[in-house]
Design a protein. Structure first.
Length: 202
């Protein structure tokens, strides 16, 4: 009975994966409303704010203790993210002139890129305790609205919480590494070394 029920559910999942594609005009209408009307202006504004916080302000630096190399990687990734979003934005703004298949691929790429970038910011802003957590459900809703193929939508929407989990664990790992380095440096301070030498001589 249990195996039969499981087999029926798997068949139902297979049917979902092979569901009929959304009509092209419906897809382009959704992209025009969600991506062009909401997501691109929101990304433009948030990119300007992040540009200030990543390159000018030291606010992010005070949140998470990262090495200079890690900060340089974050800055480089931000520039890459920004450039790819500008390219994707150009395609979406001019989507009336571009084939729907290209627009579809750009939407997939931007959805995945947004979740990767949000995960990088989550590491820097507190991991599991980050306020950016509340943006992840928004990403999932956006993906559900604009991605027409069920298999791609499911894969990307499963990747989004996976990236959040990865960001949270990476933040914890960085905190643990930082604590162990602080403990090691405390043990190697001149005062502690003198105390250890005195205790060893007794």
């Amino acid at each position: 009975m249990l195996f039969r029920s499981l087999a029926e559910r798997l068949r139902g999942l297979r049917d979902i994966m092979h569901a009929q594609r959304v009509d092209e005009s419906v897809f382009l209408g959704r992209v025009a409303f969600v991506e062009r009307g909401v997501a691109l202006p929101a990304k433009a504004l948030s990119s300007l704010v992040l540009l200030y916080f990543v390159f000018v302000s030291s606010w992010f630096r005070n949140l998470t203790p990262l090495t200079e190399d890690a900060w340089n990687h974050l800055r480089t990734f931000f520039v890459l993210y920004f450039c790819l979003n500008v390219g994707g934005g150009i395609v979406i703004w001019g989507m009336d002139e571009v084939p729907a298949r290209v627009v579809e691929r750009v939407v997939y790429s931007l959805a995945l890129l947004d979740s990767i970038f949000l995960s990088a910011l989550t590491v820097v802003t507190g991991g599991f305790g980050s306020i950016l957590y509340w943006l992840y459900p928004g990403l999932i809703l956006r993906n559900a609205a604009v991605i027409p193929r069920a298999d791609v939508q499911i894969a990307i929407n499963l990747a989004v919480p996976g990236m959040y989990m990865l960001a949270g664990f990476l933040h914890r790992l960085l905190e643990a590494t930082d604590r162990s380095e602080e403990h090691t440096s405390e043990l190697q301070s001149p005062c502690n070394l003198v105390c250890r030498l005195l205790l060893e001589k007794k």
